[in-house]
Design a protein around this ligand. Structure first.
Ligand SMILES: [Zn+2]
Ligand SMILES: [Zn+2]
Length: 80
């Protein structure tokens, strides 16, 4: 499992496990070190990139750090 967030300081990592059938939610695994692991259902981040193509963010609502479309170095390959 790989963390989906851009470089961040808070030590809490998030990996997307599955998109859920419920519109706009997904199952996330959150871990902190090796001992703290949580399964969470989180709503999708609704922030869309400004501009005509308006790419959506692949993360969950109120995540820390950048939206995936702000991460210019990595070509986002998300299915949202
Ligand atoms: Zn992380
Ligand atoms: Zn976002």
């Amino acid at each position: 499992m790989q963390c989906q967030l851009s470089a961040h300081d808070d030590g809490k990592h998030h990996g997307l496990l599955a998109e859920l059938d419920d519109f706009g939610t997904a199952l996330w695994l959150r871990w902190h070190g090796r001992t703290e692991v949580d399964l969470m259902v989180l709503p999708d981040c609704g922030v869309v990139a400004p501009g005509l193509d308006g790419e959506g963010c692949c993360l969950f609502a109120s995540h820390t750090e950048q939206h995936t479309w702000e991460d210019l170095l990595e070509a986002a390959s998300c299915t949202n």
